[in-house]
Design a protein around this ligand. Structure first.
Ligand SMILES: Nc1ncnc2c1ncn2[C@@H]1O[C@H](COP(=O)(O)OP(=O)(O)OP(=O)(O)O)[C@@H](O)[C@H]1O
Length: 345
């Protein structure tokens, strides 16, 4: 992160400042600062087209590189991980003496992943990770690796909740060296792989995001092997332990695709659901037996092997049988009556 106090001609622009694009002449009025980092400042702006996020930097190269990534994303159908790109232009200050590149993107109005999960519950963590893996699968298939995957770059937009990624600055083409990374989420830091842009690099970061959800304060690497230390942390948290098989495989770089990791997550979730529904069914049986009273003592007797004490429980099937017999008998009697009547006449 850049030092906010450093003199930066595009930093801390006051509310109400209007940025006019040199080429497209669109006017963007600053509402407030959304954030800032190594690359530049991001402002919430209002224009004739409504609210949008505007990223501006002294470094035109980094703006160009992010614009290229966002342009590429916009061509991928069904891909909604990053914000959509709305405009690219330059802003001239001091009567054209200084020019700064900027781009305008969709404003992702939402909540950071961590606070969303803390408020809505851990069930959401699994769902959001599945969403993230779905989008990563598309990104990887396109030959890109996100690189700097971390909760700070994840925003959950609402209705329906959807995880989106801001800051595409770290997005790197497959096979190249990762452009940007953050230690805790970087497999190189944990001694568990290289900084080469591969799907496995992002999947490691996904596992670390899951760990970070349970350890919001994070923890430092100690002297032992990275994998051993992470395993110990996983074992201490119930939610992480449930996904241990998936997490260990992702940390060790054993998943060849995001889809494979997603299947692993889904199978843990379905096991949990089926055991929960089995428990539910067992609980319902117990409750029903408790309601039936004598029948419950019957089942206890049968378990003790005393079948003589078994009481027949009237069922719907037996009452239905009686009704069928009665109907059949009345039809036969009716037919017999007509037969006798015909004989007499
Ligand atoms: N499209 C957007 N909608 C809403 N908020 C955004 C958007 N883009 C960026 N932000 C906010 O601005 C912050 C800084 O943006 P960004 O991460 O792109 O800057 P950066 O200079 O690349 O930062 P870093 O040093 O982490 O790479 C983000 O963490 C996020 O809170």
């Amino acid at each position: 992160m850049m030092n906010n106090t450093m003199k930066n001609p595009v930093g801390n622009l006051p509310q109400g400042t209007t940025i006019i694009g040199k080429w497209h002449k669109e006017r963007y009025t600053i509402v407030r600062t959304l954030g800032y980092g190594a690359t530049g400042y991001v402002y919430l702006t209002r224009s004739s087209k409504g609210l949008a996020a505007l990223k501006i930097s002294e470094n035109s190269m980094s703006i160009t590189s992010e614009v290229n990534v966002l342009r590429h994303f916009s061509k991928v159908r069904g891909f909604s991980l990053g914000p959509s790109l709305l405009d690219v232009d330059d802003w001239e200050q001091l009567r054209g003496k200084q020019s700064f590149s900027f781009y305008v993107m969709e404003y992702l109005e939402g909540e950071p992943l961590l606070s969303f999960v803390q408020k809505r519950g851990m069930e959401w963590a699994g769902i959001l990770i599945l969403q993230l893996l779905t989008d990563l699968e598309t990104l990887h298939k396109e030959g890109w690796v996100f690189g700097d995957l971390k909760p700070d770059n994840l925003i959950v937009t609402s209705t329906p909740p959807k995880v989106r990624l801001v800051d595409v600055g770290g997005t790197t083409q497959h096979g190249r060296a990762i452009k940007e990374f953050t230690e805790f989420f970087d497999r190189g830091y944990w001694g568990l792989g290289s900084r080469k842009a591969e799907a496995t690099y992002d999947l490691f970061a996904v596992a670390m995001i899951m760990i970070h959800i349970c350890y919001p304060k994070q923890f430092q690497k100690n002297g032992e092997s990275g994998l051993k230390q992470l395993e110990e942390q996983i074992d201490k948290e119930v939610w992480l332990k449930r996904y241990k098989v998936v997490l260990m495989r992702a940390l060790a770089g054993e998943y060849s695709s995001a889809q494979e990791m997603k299947s692993g997550m889904l199978s843990v979730m379905s096991q949990r659901n089926s055991s929960a529904s089995q428990k539910g069914a067992a609980q319902r049986t117990v409750n029903n037996k408790a309601k039936q009273g004598p029948a419950s003592s019957t089942s206890r007797a049968s378990r003790s092997g005393d079948s003589t004490q078994r009481q027949p429980v009237p069922t719907k099937t037996s009452s239905k049988g009686w009704m069928e017999t009665a109907v059949l008998l009345s039809v036969i009697l009716f037919a017999y009556f007509f037969y006798l009547y015909g004989q007499i006449m």
